[in-house]
Design a binder for this molecule. Structure first.
Ligand SMILES: *[C@@H]1O[C@H](CO)[C@@H](O)[C@H](O)[C@H]1NC(C)=O
Ligand SMILES: *[C@@H]1O[C@H](CO)[C@@H](O)[C@H](O)[C@H]1NC(C)=O
Ligand SMILES: *[C@@H]1O[C@H](CO)[C@@H](O)[C@H](O)[C@H]1NC(C)=O
Ligand SMILES: *[C@@H]1O[C@H](CO)[C@@H](O)[C@H](O)[C@H]1NC(C)=O
Length: 385
């Protein structure tokens, strides 16, 4: 796929509500310092969709997080070392550097209520967004209308590139897609990426130190779906925290380039990294279930007329999540549910019998590692699952 990128410029400005407290707390900050010199903004990739009352208009619910530019990672480094030591890791300096780099957004000091103006070259409107605190991400319901764009929201539509001025995270994109056709909603950890969610030590190793690696065969399966489902909207919905966004986005960008799409991650605010390690493992109660049901409901609001193939695994509660969405929005919205059976997870008949109550058997596919190559031959467009 060849994409025509549209450049967008993001202009930052402080709202008056915020300006007074920040600028008076530090005597070294001059009121004349341009906002872009002290603030960084992370704008997340977003799905774009058509305005229901005017199909020529592209809308996106764009999330943005603003934070103080100079990240102080000394404290983060020390708490990372402490947390790793406490679970038996004694990594060398290079490994710590990698871990701190991946975790660096945990050191970010969020600045709420920053107004972000998104200028879209090729789009007729320049919406204003409010960057939120990290813990409010995911709740954003304010929609940004880009008006009419050179790359309209149609199936197989081009990516729209956002250039964030003055930010280290200098690019964000809108993935526009039309109201019908197919989409793919996919989990990340242990569905497309080797994460070892069931084992804290291996999970920490995979998340903080290793080069991220795909579940073998999955990039090819998704590339095949991108063709057979005629450029479906791919959306990755994961229980991983927003702080890992730069790391995970880079992984999807490079390893799943044929099935690229926005990532919806979870709101986790942790001060203790040991708590983070627990949060990342499968045993998080119903937090991820509740979060994912909320995100899939948000996707339904954007694309009520699309049919989604939903892909997850048996480590967390993807079967329960996708079945709930099937039972809520029906079989036209959730076309198929594919679940990767991970060794060591609860793969019992009873679990799936309970989880999939109300979902017809022929809509469900449970697959092992060995069966991944066969997935590319399932005729989802023709009605198979
Ligand atoms: C994020 O976490 C905070 C604190 O745990 C919670 O109050 C808030 O509702 C959460 N937001 C979302 C979108 O889940
Ligand atoms: C959708 O388009 C209508 C008609 O142009 C407009 O009034 C409305 O504000 C648009 N919706 C959004 C969310 O921009
Ligand atoms: C980016 O911001 C800098 C400093 O505020 C400004 O001088 C420059 O013109 C901006 N660039 C664009 C493309 O808006
Ligand atoms: C988890 O969610 C399921 C389904 O909504 C519910 O039946 C169960 O009681 C919940 N468990 C906990 C521990 O909240």
């Amino acid at each position: 796929m060849q994409f025509a990128g549209l450049a967008l410029t993001v202009i930052l400005s402080l709202s008056p509500i915020y300006a007074t407290p920040l600028l008076t707390t530090s005597s070294t900050l001059s009121k004349r310092i341009p906002v872009t010199d002290c603030l960084d903004v992370l704008v997340f990739d977003s799905p774009g969709f058509q305005n229901a009352s005017d199909a020529s208009q592209t809308i996106a619910s764009v999330e943005a997080f603003a934070f103080l530019k100079d990240l102080d990672t000394d404290e983060l480094r020390q708490s990372t070392v402490n947390a790793l030591n406490s679970i038996g890791f004694n990594p060398g300096e290079d490994a710590i550097d990698t871990a701190v780099d991946r975790l660096k957004l945990f050191a970010a000091v969020g600045v709420p209520r920053v107004t972000v103006t998104v200028e879209a070259e090729g789009c007729s409107e320049t919406p204003k967004l409010t960057a939120t605190a990290l813990e409010d991400l995911g709740e954003t319901t304010s929609l940004a209308s880009f008006g009419t764009c050179a790359a309209p929201a149609t199936n197989g539509g081009a990516e729209i590139t956002l250039t964030v001025n003055g930010s280290d995270f200098s690019s964000a994109r809108i993935f526009p897609s039309g109201p019908d056709g197919f989409g793919v909603i996919s989990d990340i950890d242990d569905t497309v990426k080797i994460s070892h969610s069931l084992d804290t030590l291996q999970l920490v190793q995979a998340t903080l130190f290793d080069e991220p690696a795909p579940i073998p065969g999955m990039p090819e399966v998704y590339a095949s779906l991108a063709r057979s489902l005629n450029s479906p909207q791919f959306i990755y919905v994961s229980g991983s925290p927003y702080q890992l966004y730069p790391f995970l986005r880079d992984f999807i960008d490079t390893t799943f380039s044929a099935s690229n799409g926005p990532l919806f991650l979870t709101n986790v605010t942790v001060t203790d990294l040991n708590v983070l390690f627990q949060t990342l493992t499968a045993d998080d109660g119903n937090a991820t279930l509740v979060y994912k049901i909320g995100q899939l409901t948000r996707i339904h609001e954007m694309y009520p007329g699309k049919s989604f193939l939903t892909v997850g695994d048996s480590t967390q509660q993807d079967p329960e999540t996708y079945a709930t969405i099937y039972n809520t929005f029906g079989g036209d919205f959730v076309r198929c549910i594919w679940i990767h059976l991970v060794e060591g997870a609860d793969n019992s008949d009873e679990r799936f019998k309970t989880a999939f109550e109300g979902v017809p058997q022929e809509r469900i596919r449970l697959y092992t590692d060995d069966q991944i190559p066969e997935l590319a031959y399932v005729d989802v467009a023709g009605g198979q699952c």
